[in-house]
Design a protein around this ligand. Structure first.
Ligand code: FMN
Length: 245
């Protein structure tokens, strides 16, 4: 196809890293490129905190559910949706910022996700690899305490980055025609397509290079979506000043 599309199709999360350091220049290059992501209304409603303190890293690794790569990755960052900077900007112009709107929550959360995906793609284009860490939302208040994250800012996910020390195969995604429709939402889902995808994912789970299991995507999702995950999030977000109205 072309190098960008080939790179995107080669994505796989990396959880084991070599000891090679990521120099500051590379990180800066990655961020300068990543910040060119589109941003809703030009708000740039994000802040990223790189965590270098060893003890903090260990605490974060533990609260993510003992994800060793959070402690070991050459770079670990916490990506925050940030309305606090915008409030300071309003103060510069003697304006009172509207707060607590669900729309602002969506805007800031989308903004930081777009930035993060650009970070990962830029890093992958340089031969690095990484993985998102939603596990920081297991205990987001402790993350805020450790990193001194104020109100109007919340940690959305973390990300490990470094030079890959393993080479897992890419995980097959749903076929394009199961996610891309024309003119209207599908009136029913094609169960044949899902069955075919289950065969594809079962083959992937049975043949990848570790953690082999007789699993399918629909079974995995039915189990996952039948559980309550992080029920503290609503109260946490409201406490931080998000998602109240
Ligand atoms: C927002 C987000 C949070 C994630 N959280 C974790 C995590 O806490 N730990 C982890 O090992 N992987 C995490 N992942 C990685 C996903 O499990 C992974 O992207 C997915 O299984 C697809 O695999 P792939 O990235 O190798 O294609 C997360 C991914 C996203 C987008």
């Amino acid at each position: 196809m072309n190098p960008t599309i080939n790179l995107m199709k080669a994505h796989r999360s990396i959880r084991k890293f070599t000891d090679r350091k990521v120099d500051e220049q590379i990180l800066e290059t990655i961020f300068a490129a990543a910040q060119c992501a589109a941003t809703s209304h030009f708000v740039q409603a994000y802040t990223v905190i790189r965590v270098r303190n060893v003890a903090t890293r260990q605490t974060l690794a533990a609260l993510t559910g003992a994800q060793a790569w959070v402690a070991r990755a050459p770079v670990f960052m916490v990506f925050c949706a940030d309305l606090n900077r915008l409030e300071a900007v309003c103060c510069l112009h003697a304006t009172v910022m509207e707060k607590g709107w669900a729309e602002q929550f969506v805007t800031a959360t989308v903004d930081v996700a777009l930035l993060a995906q650009n970070v990962l793609i830029a890093a992958e284009s340089l031969g690095m690899g990484g993985v998102y860490i939603g596990g920081i939302r297991n205990d987001p208040q402790t993350v805020c305490d450790l990193l001194e994250i104020p109100d109007q800012v919340y940690p959305v996910f973390g990300m490990c980055l470094g030079w890959p020390a393993h080479d897992p195969p890419p995980k097959p995604r749903l076929p394009v025609d199961a996610v891309l429709y024309t003119d209207r939402y599908p009136q029913r889902f094609d169960t044949d397509v899902l069955a075919a995808y289950d065969r594809t994912t079962n083959h992937y789970f049975m043949n990848r290079n570790n953690n082999l299991k007789d699993e399918t995507w629909t079974r995995q999702m039915a189990e996952f979506m039948g559980r309550v995950i992080r029920p503290h999030m609503k109260a946490f977000l409201q406490k931080k000043g998000f998602f109240i109205k």
